[in-house]
Design a protein around this ligand. Sequence first.
Ligand code: NIG
Ligand code: FE
Length: 402
Amino acid sequence: MFDLLLHNANILTFNKDNSDFSIINNGLIGIKNGVIKLLSSDDIKNPTAKQEIDIKNKWVLPGFIDCHTHFIYGGNRAHEFQQILEGATYQDIAKQGGGIKYTVEQTRNISYEELLRISKKRLNNFVYNNGVTTVEVKSGYGLDLDTEIKMLKVAKSLGEEKYADIIKTYLGAHVTPKEYLNNSDNYIDFIIDKVLPKLVELKLVDAVDAFCENIAFNKSQVERLFKAACKYNLNLKCHAEQLTNTGVSDLLNNYKLLSLEHLEYADLKDIKNMAQNNVAAILLPGAYYYLKETKKPPVDLFREYNVPIAIATDCNPGSSPCESLLTIMNMACVLYGLTVFESIKAVTMNAAKALGLDDTIGSIELDKQADLVIWDINNPAELCYKIGAYRPDLVIKKGVII
Ligand code: NIG
Ligand code: FE
């Protein structure tokens, strides 16, 4: 007996080797204990279930995965948006003490309850308006121990509500806080010695990220952090080659990273390092769109070297104030030249790979988690083609209609 059966579903799924899409028209999905246990193109005779839904030939896609966000933050930076429109660059604003540092002040000053309330609204937007069922979120707007704990507790608490899986990434190495001005090496010592062990003890961290950039941290500082994180068996990720080329991809040969993220300034050597070490590329077209000074990442080279391409909102108050993964899918097609199917794969299977979760989510396959979204469309390509036109008919998280 199944918990839930979905009849007459047009299903977008993947071939066994995950290299391409396949489509099941008029199919049947059976779910038990939150897992896909039946996937059929035939009308199986008399399966029984506690609940059955006739999908009426709407489309069922895997729940989308927003694999790079900073959606837990206080305040906003609309005033900096105005400065950027008037010609200021992101780096100018950062050097004047604005940017990430501005949001750090706002996030330090907001109460836990208020941060939880506004973050939940953003998460609801991801889930119910965009069909997102898994979200990675980075800390890094606290930088001090208490605020980093506050942010990650908000992430944990949202995950415990069970309508989306939340992957918690510690991004202490985002910028150097004012307490360590001109002393970024000491700040790295602080996060290695004081913050990371505490976050691990409190079970508030799944992965560690760092912003390797001339306005943030250099390659050897990032390496020190990764070395420390390895002791705790945490996943590693890196904001890389966003504004300049830092050569941080050399670290891939010594440290097992899941993904490099941004990559606007990635070059052939970076891509070869990624391909050799099975590292996913997370592209963030929202940041390219907002920060006009950046260039396009080398999408053709990722394709040529078979580096899995994921895309994400980057949802943050500065470089990508975007809460719509559907809009990002459109941007990836229009701005970066992804095909519609590359774009869908970039928020499903490849986003799962970028989080190290491709065994459990990212596609509609037997024994995968039943994270499914039903869309009233005639063709999946429509999700990339129109902006602001669609929201899910139904979101199913681990077999539960939410
Ligand atoms: O991914 N690059 C660094 N971090 C964020 C921006 C954060 C911010 O500006 O608040 C990013 O673009
Ligand atoms: Fe980011």
